[in-house]
Design a protein around this ligand. Sequence first.
Ligand code: NAI
Length: 613
Amino acid sequence: MTEELRFDGRVAIVTGAGGGLGRAYALLLAARGAQVVVNDLGGSMHGEGATTAAADRVVEEIRAAGGQAVANYDSVEDGPRIVQTALDHFGRLDIVINNAGILRDTSFHKMTEADWEKIYRVHLYGGFRVTHAAWPHLREQGYGRVIMTSSAAGLYGNFGQANYSSAKLGLLGLAQTLAAEGQKRNVLVNTIAPLAGSRLTETILPPDLVAALKPEYVAPLVAWLCHERNTATGQTFEVGAGWVSRVRWQRAQGAFFPLGENLTPEAIAAQWDTVQDFTDPAYPTSPMDSFAPVVGNLQKSGGAEERGSRGEETPSRSPAPAPPTADGPQAAIGHEFEPKTQRYDERDLSLYALAVGAAADPLDKLELPFVYELSGDGFRALPTYAVTFPFSLLWQITSVPGLRFNPALLLHGEQYLEVKRPLPLKATVTNRARISHIYDKGSGALVLLDVNTFDEAGEELAFNQVSLFIRGIGGFGGERGPSAAANPLPDRAPDAVHRDKTTDNQALLYRLSSGDRNPLHADPAFAAAGGFDRPILHGLCTFGFAGRAVLRHFAGGDPARFRSIRARFTKHVFPGETIVTEMWQDGVRVFFQSKVAERDEVVLSHGVVELVG
Ligand code: NAI
């Protein structure tokens, strides 16, 4: 037999508990040991008048059954007083069930401002007032369970309920944000859209249906969501008459349009079927999920726009979403991307060099040649400029057959770059990419993308291997791949240490020079949605700083001596922080790691540069 779910020692507020659904919740929780504040204003179903009788009756019922309860007769608009009742009588508060409600149904053209205001005040404002007063107590004790009561009218809209449906959907929005804010403190917030026979439904449903739709069929779900064993938060359920079902958002894959071109209403009309094609939908659950396709499109267009404007690259058409295949990620091994051609010149090289901190001191003779094409010492390209080549085609990863994933869950794990010879000062290069391996790491898939870059004569100029870790698509039965290599750093003090203070706008500069237009590096709101206080630096920007440091200290700033570089991205850098690169030489190899001085955290590990002997 399963163990009974008990609420001993827990204190619950149930608003509007004088009848209907609230009464059923109060009775069930009290029967299982909770101490309950039975709140009810005792007015009419349209919100007129007030009596103490409704709450008193339910308190008597609970006490008669041996439970503990106290009545409160305040309106939910006076939420703090209801919370105070719980604290005064029971000394704590664990559970808040926002249930009180009234109706003032009328079609929109007949709706008065009073109809709107009254509904808003009881449902949405009342829910806010009670929960807001309870919130500090729940947060501080690191435990809380909160229920918001929405309605099918709120989720889907309903004739004659413009006021009610607005307030009810407002409660869902409130719940979703509180779920995000409360999760770390174990304050879980869920929403129900119930259906039950009560005085609110007896005027619209036939009597036998009202009798059949017992509130007691809804109460068990509410009790479960309020129990300490429940871990669900931010979820929504429809519930009634013995049926419980979770509701979620569904989004079509949608149509993508190239940026940097004039987007017209006609183009939207032409793609209308794709916009609303729900074959193979996504199920977004956070603003990050919501942004993901937008970011994808910005990424695609970033490279195309920048270089296309100089007439070299055709603006990328968005791919159709990849069809799922039976083989899953395995099927993607060997997949070849559509080659991309791009042009660069001295201006691109200089901008990149500035973006990775070169010539921060403009009198520095060693670095001026990377940023000034007329420098007496001969203009030259930083070898790590070649890490930007894959960006012209990287976006195609979102349309590889078999590789279905949420772009927000993609992490850049490692980068390896080999330059076959010093980069020409201007060139039109062609990038060819292929997925060389996909390893099954359980929690995700490790995708290795090999990108070869060729010059106009077809000579290979550079090779990049981009390691991408995609969370959430592991477990497909693939090879596990090599286990993580040990960090090869020698056990002695570094042979050289290089410090670079990045500028506050470093990421803004880097994005223009690299083609990586991910708003995570520029948009504060976007960064906040990703859990960062402010936009972060591109990992490859830090990579460029580190490569420069090695080139400077061990190759005299001569790109001809630089063969390859590899590093693993371990933590983010905030623009403005100081990157400290520690280096150890071992023959032609220079091992390195980069840290952020301000937080003493390693941001690049497993670094190694191979020099030409
Ligand atoms: P009910 O009318 O039986 O219960 C609502 C209770 O809230 C009443 O006892 C009322 O006195 C109390 N109340 C009203 N205004 C208040 C205020 N300002 N302060 C404190 N208490 C107040 O209705 P029912 O059906 O039990 O509804 C409970 C909740 O479920 C409501 O939020 C309602 O909108 C919602 N709901 C109910 C559905 C149903 O099928 N019964 C469908 C969808 C949502």
